[in-house]
Design a protein around this ligand. Structure first.
Ligand code: UDX
Length: 406
């Protein structure tokens, strides 16, 4: 009798930290469940990850030259280069798998919907994993309604407290300032705005939509989203599933999706701090700040008199290396109460008993990780889904305060 072959899934993340982390965790979970997995990284990112031996890794071009910035505003060039350059390469790659290892299913990121065209053309079933929050996905989906109602476009930063009533399920919640950042683009023909609207509608062509959220958190919004997709799977928070399946800790040979090297010295530093005394400060992987903003936070942190653990990524300050620039009058307070690292093991940090608060940019992974760790948030959202996530934190889930646009 012919032996039944193991299904072989290819996972295609969008090549940014906040997308790679949950996709890699999904890959590990599916591998534990018996699927054969190929994880498709970009050439640019591949060397930066720690790959688990259980997963097969392949690489593909993101379509940009090697020296093109992949953080800050220029990251958005990837939206277009993947459609132009990566899409035909993706087709060639799918056809290049040997006959005894064909790709039998694809899971692609929710802003890589070019993969649906290729998969359907080759007759391969495809599912979409959208790594943003459901509340943000629903707001994107309602952009045509917002335009029809005259809520969009709006000029610059005018009248940002004006109520927005045309997103069903959020009629009494949103103000202009709470809409996803692309809604601040006053030109409706802007290619980035068009890109997100197109992607949000196009993903409904896949066999199903997977979201890194859970019903207890976003049920009312999920009930609006559900009818627009063939199948909806809420599998979050995905970082907790991997741990639960393995007992309390991840397997030692699990992949690590960090694109920066983790500085674990902060864990020892936390050990000597009192229960819930430390403010953890991190703005994720994409946000960049001006030097003035960095200094303003610095003064606030030092003058608060509280211990703080601050992630200052090498590329946090636009065009600058943020390290080694402690102003003389802050140095004492920083040494005494502060610990600064270039990149932290964030999930572990948030779970540490010494951490009592999180000053965050409200990225979706950070928000979920903080909710699960039970750490209240001070939200300073900057881009993408962060503005709407922070509104839900302060007004719906009530586990933090929102200081956007202040
Ligand atoms: C941004 C978004 O705002 C997010 O919602 C969207 O889905 C992707 O783009 P990012 O800025 O990377 O993502 O933030 P976030 O979604 O919070 O993801 C950051 C990830 O990096 C988290 O999983 C966090 O644990 C991890 N991280 C961050 C570290 O491991 N160490 C750090 O020092 C900082």
């Amino acid at each position: 009798m012919k032996q039944r072959s193991v299904p072989h899934l290819l996972l295609l993340p969008f090549p940014a930290q906040g997308h790679i982390n949950p996709m890699l965790k999904l890959a590990e979970l599916l591998s534990q469940a018996g699927f054969s997995i190929t994880f498709l990284n970009t050439d640019h990112n591949h060397e930066r990850l720690t790959a688990s031996p259980r997963l097969r890794f392949q690489t593909i071009s993101d379509g940009l030259p090697p020296d093109h910035p992949r953080s800050g505003p220029l990251l958005q060039d990837i939206f277009f280069s993947t459609q132009l350059v990566t899409k035909p390469l993706f087709r060639d790659l799918l056809l290049s798998f040997p006959q005894d290892l064909p790709v039998t299913g694809i899971i692609a990121d929710g802003i890589m919907s070019f993969a649906i065209d290729v998969a359907q053309d080759l007759g391969i079933p495809i599912f979409i994993f959208r790594t943003f929050s459901a509340c943000c996905l629903w707001a994107y989906r309602c952009i045509p309604k917002l335009i029809e109602a005259g809520d969009l476009p709006f000029e610059g930063h005018d009248d940002m407290d004006r109520p927005i009533k045309s997103v069903p399920g959020m009629e009494t919640l949103l103000r202009r300032r709470d809409l996803p950042s692309i809604c601040r683009l006053k030109d409706l023909e802007n290619p980035v705005l068009q890109f997100f609207v197109y992607e949000t509608f196009n993903i409904a062509r896949a066999s199903g939509l997977i979201l890194n959220t859970f019903d207890d958190l976003e049920a009312p919004i999920l009930s609006h989203i559900g009818p627009h997709f063939p199948q909806l799977y809420t599998i979050g928070p995905i970082h907790t599933l991997l741990k639960t399946r393995q007992g309390d800790t991840q397997p030692t040979d699990a992949s690590n999706g960090s694109l920066w090297e983790e500085d674990r010295s902060c864990m020892a530093w936390l050990e000597s701090r009192p229960f819930k005394s430390v403010l953890y400060v991190s703005f994720g992987s994409l946000v960049v700040v001006t030097r003035d903003e960095l200094l303003e936070f610095w003064y606030g942190l030092v003058n608060s008199g509280k211990p703080f653990l601050w992630v200052v990524r090498q590329d946090l300050i636009a065009g600058n290396d943020g390290k080694g620039e402690i102003p003389a009058e802050l140095e004492g307070g920083t040494k005494e109460r502060g610990c600064m690292v270039g990149w932290a093991p964030q999930e572990e940090v948030l779970a540490h008993p010494a951490v009592g608060g999180f000053l965050t940019h409200s990225g979706w992974n950070s928000t979920l990780e903080s909710i699960i760790a039970g750490v209240p948030m001070i939200c300073w959202p900057q881009l993408a889904d962060q503005q709407i996530n922070s509104r839900f934190v302060s007004e719906v889930w009530r586990n933090g305060i929102d200081m956007k646009d202040r």
